[in-house]
Every structure is written in structure tokens, then in C-alpha cells.
Design a protein around this ligand. Structure first.
Ligand SMILES: [Zn+2]
Length: 509
């Protein structure tokens, strides 16, 4: 007796359908798993047989062959337990389930037959829908996540018995109703209203978010760099449905969705420690999974204490910063993860943190200061559009009763500037914001008059700026003009943009 069921496995940020065949034949009792399964899949045969027995069913007693197809792609993890068990029961009980092929199944089994949550259910549900399945049966804890996908019915199950009896028509399951998606739900725990003072930094942050520019903040410890960074997602435009699904998929694959949560409706804020490995940051590893830059997709990647990161780690960041995605080479081919984020980096002006501070004395030698700064390479800095100094907070700002402007008020202005960009790039593929303009678009949309050109030429010369920095200044100037709804870039927009190259000017010479 041969039973066939469908499941899916995650590769990159998507899933592909996996066909599982279980054949029960006569002969010596042995279970053979074929089709390139990894250790976790091989281990599953013990779990599956025990779970089947403990659920009150029989599993084939003769020679049982389990085949997972396609054979040429590696299958990882325990998520095939549930479909394998169902097919085994069907094969041994000689029950022909006519609707088996209209379902997709995913779930890990506990020894008592309970169904445990697995990672990546959202991409698996999307794939099931794409393959024309009528319904997907998933662990109850993952049901909300799968139910996001329209056009396919989701059933959450608690145990193996519930699933099998439902398929036989002996039990009823209620389809999971998805939580409605709401763009308006921007309930962040922090708000810019909490930040007093730091007007220049806040302005720079607003410009950065308005045009999706990368940002670096320099300032002494305690000046509020992390506090500012954490609030950046709160002024970004709310995620559209498509972005929310994309973000949720990534966090689903990594198993970072909180229990019974469906959409990730808030933009991610990732803040990896400086000891992070290259694999941790970029993704990859033996159990292929996305790294921090992909977890930050559609949100913010905050690198605090930038010079403390390994130089090699910072170097590998350069390519994803340019491309907004990362490709990881594997023996079985390469996988590409999305990585479109706003990078926010922070550093102290020197190892002790008080270089240039008027009240506290810096104890670092000039060699120490130079060495510290040189840990961040010029080419990486070149890719960061906006540099801003975050000085120690004035006493009067700290004690004043005047609270800062709220995130929602700033977000409204950001939205207006993004609106202009959306119209501008409506017809161009790939570009959605000023920071991502191609050099051709730069020529079209960042034309400047003669006075401005002189100003830029002078700045280039005096600050010894690279050609890349020149283009960055124009892009930032375009964003500043958009924030005023100005059709053309004027000298004032340009000087503000030039001023955001402070690191080129003050610190790195
Ligand atoms: Zn110092």
C-alpha cells in the first residue's frame, strides 16, 4: 500500500513543495528514509513511530520506505513528522484518503502524539496556496501565521489523532480566522517625545528616514545615541501588507514570531552585539538561516560601537548595503536573502569617549584616537549618507519640562516626503526612495544650478571628498528638498547635505 502526502520546506525566504510517499511492503521490519534527508529528518522516524503508537494507531510492520521528493534539495528540520505519520497510518490501516492531495501538512510530533510548532509556516502556507492546495494543516500555535494567506483554508491541530480523524471525516475542525491587518496599528513602546534636546540629531534622523539614507552618529557615552536609534522605526512609514508579509516570513523562518501572533506589523529594530560572527550578521551557516541584516529587512539595523566590530565583518557589509540583498554561496547553489534596511551606526569620538568634550578630559593619545577611528574604513563610511554629531545633552534640556515632538507628528512629514518619491519613481523598477537612485536617475532628478555647483565643487575640494560622497550629497539634498516639497534643489538644501559629511571633514583626516 502506497500513501502520498504533501508538505513544503523552506529554502531562502521561500518554500518549495515536498512530496512524501510512504510505501508499506511485506518483509523484514525496517524503515528506510530516502531523498537526501538531513539528520533531523532521519531522527524523525523514531519520533513518528512512537507518536503513531501512542495515538492509538498502527504503523506498517514490514519494510517501509519513506521517500521525500524532490530528492536534489536538502530537507531540514522536524516539520515533516506530521505528514510522514499521517501517510504511515494511512498505509498501515489500508485507508484510502481521497482528499489527501488537496492538503498540505506541516508539524513536529511529540512522543505522545502532540503536534509542536515549527519555523517557517508562513512561507510554507504561501507555497501550498501556489500549488493549488485547498487547505493546510499546521500546528495550532502556527495557525494564525498561516491564516494570513488568502485563498487557502488553515486548520490548526493539537495532536496527530485530531488531524487523522478530521481527514477520515470523523472529527470537525474549525478553520482559523486571520487577524485583520491594520496599517494604523503603530503601537511602538517608545516615542520621540521621550527625547529631550538633540535637535540637530533629530533633524538628521528625520532626513535619513525621509529618503531611506544610512546614518552614523558620533558622540560621547550617555548622549542618547541608542535612545535615538531605538526610536527610528517609530517615524518610518507604516508597513504595507506586502512588506508585513515579507517581514513576517523572515521572522517565521527564524522562529522569532511570538506565540499565536500573525502579522509583524511594526518595523523591526535589530541591534546585534559587536562580537557577532559574519554568519550571524549576513546569514548562512550549516543550518542555512537568515542573518541580522535580513532580520532587519524593512526596518533598522543598529550597529552600536561601530569600531568594536571586527574589521572583516564591517567589510562584508559593504555589498549588502549597496544591493539591499545578500547572496550566500552554498554547495547546492546559492541563496539570496533580502536586506533592505536603514543602517544606523554609532560610535564614540575616541576610545574613552570624551574627545572634544568641553567638560571632561579625554585621556587618549592622538595615536590611540587615530587607531580607533581607522577601524572603520573609508569605503564603509562612503556608503553612509548622513553623519551627525550627538553631543552631551545640555543640562537645561534635561531638566526642562518641554517634551520633544511626538513620533506620529514626525512620521506625517516623513510620509509626505516619501509620497513625492513614490510618484517620482513610480515607473522605475527597483528604486523606491532617493537613497537608492541610480546614477542615471541622479542626473535626471538632482540637477543643480551654477551657484550650487560652485558650492559643491568647493566642498569637494576642501573636505577632500570622494566621487561617491559627491553623489551621496546630491541624494540627501534631493531628500531635503522633498521635505519642503521644493521641485528643485537649492543652495540651502545642498549646504545642509554637505554638513552631513562631518566625519569626512573632522574626524577621519
Ligand atoms: Zn578619549
Amino acid at each position: 500500500m502506497l500513501a502520498k502526502v504533501y508538505s513544503a520546506a523552506v529554502y531562502g525566504v521561500d518554500a518549495y513543495e515536498v512530496e512524501i510517499e510512504v510505501n508499506a511492503a511485506s518483509g523484514a521490519p525496517v524503515i528506510v528514509v530516502v531523498g537526501l534527508p538531513d539528520t533531523a529528518v532521519k531522527e524523525s522516524k523514531d519520533r513518528v513511530t512512537t507518536a503513531v503508537s501512542n495515538s492509538g494507531y498502527r504503523w506498517p510492520k514490514g519494510r517501509t520506505t519513506i521517500n521525500l521528493a524532490p530528492a536534489d534539495v536538502k530537507k531540514e528540520g522536524p516539520s515533516f513528522d506530521l505528514p510522514i505519520a499521517l501517510a504511515m497510518i494511512a498505509a498501515s490501516e489500508q485507508i484510502d484518503l481521497p482528499n489527501f492531495d488537496q492538503y498540505s501538512f506541516v508539524g513536529e510530533l511529540a512522543l505522545d502524539g502532540g503536534v509542536r510548532a515549527v519555523n517557517g509556516v508562513l512561507p510554507i502556507a504561501i507555497e501550498a496556496k501556489r500549488c493549488g492546495k485547498r487547505a493546510i494543516i499546521v500546528p495550532e500555535e502556527n495557525a494564525q501565521e498561516a491564516a494570513i494567506v488568502e485563498g487557502i483554508t488553515t486548520y490548526g491541530v493539537r495532536n496527530l489523532r485530531q488531524a487523522f480523524e478530521f481527514l477520515c471525516g470523523n472529527a470537525v475542525l474549525t478553520p482559523t480566522t486571520p487577524e485583520p491587518f491594520s496599517e494604523a496599528r503603530q503601537d511602538y513602546e517608545v516615542d520621540f517625545a521621550d527625547v529631550r534636546g538633540q535637535h540637530a540629531a533629530k533633524r538628521a534622523i528625520e532626513v535619513a528616514v525621509a529618503g531611506s539614507h544610512h546614518l552614523i552618529m558620533v558622540g560621547p557615552p550617555g548622549s542618547g545615541k541608542s535612545m535615538l536609534a531605538k526610536r527610528i522605526p517609530t517615524i518610518m512609514p507604516p508597513m504595507a501588507l506586502e512588506e508585513a508579509i515579507e517581514t513576517t516570513k523572515i521572522h517565521s523562518i527564524c522562529g522569532f514570531l511570538a506565540n499565536k501572533r500573525s502579522f509583524l506589523s511594526l518595523r523591526p529594530f535589530r541591534s546585534p552585539h559587536h562580537t557577532i560572527s559574519d554568519v550571524g550578521l549576513l546569514g548562512g551557516g550549516s543550518n542555512l538561516s537568515p542573518g541580522e541584516i535580513t532580520l532587519a529587512h524593512n526596518g533598522v539595523l543598529f550597529l552600536d560601537e561601530l569600531p568594536e566590530f571586527k574589521r572583516s565583518t564591517l567589510e562584508v557589509l559593504r555589498q549588502p548595503l549597496e544591493d539591499a540583498k545578500v547572496s550566500i554561496a552554498r554547495a547546492s547553489g546559492s541563496v539570496t536573502y533580502p536586506a533592505e534596511f536603514v543602517m544606523v551606526a554609532a560610535l564614540n569620538p575616541c576610545p574613552c569617549g570624551y574627545f572634544g568634550d568641553l567638560k571632561r578630559e579625554c585621556r587618549c593619545s592622538s595615536v590611540q584616537v587615530q587607531r580607533y577611528r581607522q577601524r572603520v574604513s573609508g569605503p564603509l563610511l562612503d556608503r553612509i549618507d548622513i553623519h551627525v554629531e550627538v553631543p552631551a545633552v545640555h543640562f537645561k534640556d534635561l531638566t526642562g519640562t518641554h517634551s520633544g515632538e511626538s513620533s506620529s507628528a514626525i512620521r506625517e512629514r516623513v510620509l509626505a516626503a516619501r509620497d513625492i518619491q513614490q510618484k517620482r519613481f513610480a515607473k522605475s523598477q527597483g528604486t523606491r526612495c532617493n537613497a537608492r537612485m541610480t546614477s542615471k536617475q541622479l542626473k535626471t532628478y538632482c540637477a543643480i544650478d551654477d551657484d550650487s555647483r560652485d558650492l559643491l565643487r568647493m566642498a569637494m575640494h576642501e573636505l577632500n571628498l570622494s566621487a561617491r560622497a559627491h553623489d551621496r550629497i546630491l541624494k540627501v539634498a534631493r531628500t531635503i528638498a522633498d521635505m519642503e516639497s521644493a521641485p528643485n534643489i537649492n543652495a540651502q538644501h545642498l549646504s545642509e547635505a554637505i554638513q552631513y559629511r562631518t566625519l569626512d571633514r573632522n574626524l577621519w583626516v
